[in-house]
Each structure stands twice: as C-alpha cells, then as structure tokens.
Write a protein that binds this ligand. Structure first.
Ligand code: AHZ
Length: 307
C-alpha cells in the first residue's frame, strides 16, 4: 500500500521521466564486479526522509529518557555497556559533543597505539572479547582503537541505547524537589557547531532531554571537558572545583573508581571528570580505572532505580 511518503517520490519520478518502483518490487540489481554492477533505483528525497524520519522520531522519543550519559569516552562507553546490558528496560541516551565518539581512547599514551589496563579491570576486556597480552600486574591491548571500536559497536547494537553525536550538552536541568532540595533532572543540548558559536550568532536556543538520572563522563578540563563539574560550580551546587592533581597512577586509579558516585541528586559522575570535581590525581595512560569507574557509575544508576 502506498503511503504519501512512498507515493510522492513516484509522482516526482514520473514527472521527471524516471520510474521508481514501489516497495515490494523486484529490482533489477546485479552484484557483478566485472562492469555490470547495478543498484536498486532511488529518489534522492527518499534518502533524506529515511534519515530524517528515524533521527527525529528518535529525538522525539528520547526527549524523555531514563538515563542520559554525557560523553562517550572510555568511561561513558563502559558505563553505557554495563548499564544497558544489565537493565534492558531503561532508555539510555548518550550525548557526545564530538563527531567521533571515543574520547581519548583511540590511542594509549603520547599518541602511541597500545593501551595499558591494570588488573583486575582486564575482566571487562575479557567480557567484551578484546584480546590482550598479559604482563602480570597489567595487560596490554595491541591497539587502543580495538577496545574503543569493540565497546562502541557493542553499545550501539543494544536496542535500548541511542547516541546523538556532534551534539553537546550545554546546560543541566536543575529542579527543586518537594523538600526544596536541588536535583539534576536532565540536560540541555545543542548541535556542537551551534554550541561553539553562541558568541557569534544571536538567539540559538537549545533543546532539552529530561531524565531522572544523568551520568556525566566528560573527561578532565579541556575545550568541552569537565562540563558538569564546572557547571555545578557556576550554579552554586558545588562550592569550588577540586582541580585535577599531578600524575600518580597508584593513587589516581582507585580514587577515581571508589569516588564514582551521585555527586548531586540525579547526577552521577564518572571517569576523569571526577578528578576535577574531587581534586584527585591523574593516572596518565592506564585505562582500567575508566572501565571500572564506568561500571561503578552503571551500578550507582541501578541503585537509584532500585530504591
Ligand atoms: O567529546 C568529549 C569526549 O568524547 C565528550 N564531551 C565533553 N564535554 C561534553 C559535552 N557534551 C557532550 N558538554 C562532551 N559530550 O566527553 C568525552 C570524554 O572522554 P575522555 O576520553 O576525555 O574522558 P574519560 O574520562 O572517558 O577518559 C579519560 C582518559 C584519561 S585522561 C588521563 C590523564 O590525563 O591522565 N588518563 C586517562 C586514562
């Protein structure tokens, strides 16, 4: 049956002397690489609508989410994987400012490819099926991108997860609960290209997504990093930033994992953003704490939903 959507391209095609077969038609296709490769025909507008319909339906549906994860670096993605697998009933929406998700986890340290993961966080690699070399106290993944690409592909394949990349969280929704206490109740988003241009254009208002749980995983301070930690200070919900301290792998990794928590009602913080919030050390190029902190953040979110 022709819907207006399928009918219109047909009319258009006829007018232009082209013929676009309706859905269900047997197409004259040919997967022949010797000079006769033939694609099924298409109207350009069908491509636009195939994307627009799905993307805007997704935005419509996810305007009310159960969990928003801000930032798809190693901590945010580890969190998303554990949470989405453990709670398939939760609508998990990931907002990533960059076009490419993955944060700093496409490389190890100093732009070198191997990724070091201290034990026992290697168990997460085993769960994902990422191969590694065992060096005793730690393991090494041949290429950091092998971890990032694997966790990213597994997260995106989960039916309860959606990701909007090239989209920045530029504010938090902060409401008063019955006891007049402040709680984070969602995020304010904009296309990143817009978020970066508020000083050059007037009135480019954002969009909102409400969620009872927001998990912030925006990394340490940088052009966009430590977003929620900094916003908590400017909204008066946090007195001051702790500021990330110098490198000490042995202190930094357990501090990040054990410090992963709901820092303000409705807002869980994970990964290196916590070092800015709490004033803990950085660990440099060891990624076990990012994975374990992400998993802990997922457990914190489940605890909130269970109480
Ligand atoms: O683009 C950012 C990145 O992908 C994204 N992000 C930041 N601000 C955002 C915003 N809205 C949406 N306002 C935003 N997305 O957050 C992601 C952060 O990833 P990351 O790799 O920077 O942080 P992480 O905590 O997952 O991993 C940190 C890895 C580090 S840093 C470090 C050190 O400096 O010593 N050591 C390790 C292991």
């Amino acid at each position: 049956q022709l819907t207006p959507e399928t009918q219109e391209p047909l009319l258009l095609a006829k007018k232009n002397g082209l013929s676009t077969p309706a859905n269900g038609t047997q197409y004259d296709v040919n997967e022949n690489y010797d000079g006769d490769y033939r694609f099924a025909p298409i109207e350009e507008a069908q491509v636009s609508r195939a994307m627009i319909k799905r993307y805007f339906n997704m935005m419509y549906e996810r305007a009310v989410s159960d969990v928003v994860i801000v930032g798809a670096g190693s901590a945010g993605l580890s969190c998303a994987y554990h949470l989405a697998k453990s709670r398939p009933d939760l609508k998990i929406t990931i907002i990533e400012a960059n076009v490419a998700p993955g944060g700093g986890a496409w490389l190890g340290g100093q732009l070198m490819t191997p990724m070091v993961v201290r034990k026992p966080a290697d168990r997460f690699l085993t769960e994902l099926g990422v191969p590694f070399e065992d060096e005793g106290a730690f393991v090494v993944v041949r290429h950091a991108a092998l971890f990032t690409a694997t966790v990213l592909s597994k997260v995106l394949a989960l039916p309860n997860v959606v990701m909007m990349n090239a989209t920045a969280v530029e504010d938090l929704i902060v409401r008063e609960d019955h006891a007049r206490a402040q709680r984070v109740a969602g995020v304010v988003t904009n296309w990143t290209l817009v978020a970066l241009n508020h000083d050059t254009q007037s009135c480019m208002d954002p969009n909102v997504i409400t969620a009872p749980v927001v998990i912030s995983a925006t990394g340490h301070d940088g052009p966009m990093g430590a977003f929620s930690a900094k916003r908590l200070v400017s909204t008066g919900l946090l007195k001051e930033l702790g500021n990330m301290r110098g490198l000490d792998m042995n202190r930094a990794e357990p501090a990040i994992v054990n410090g992963t928590r709901e820092v303000v009602p409705g807002l869980i913080m994970t990964g290196m953003e916590l070092s800015e919030h709490d004033g803990s050390n950085r660990m440099g190029p060891t990624f076990g704490a990012m994975m374990a902190s992400g998993i802990k953040a997922a457990k914190e979110a489940m605890r909130i939903f269970d109480t």
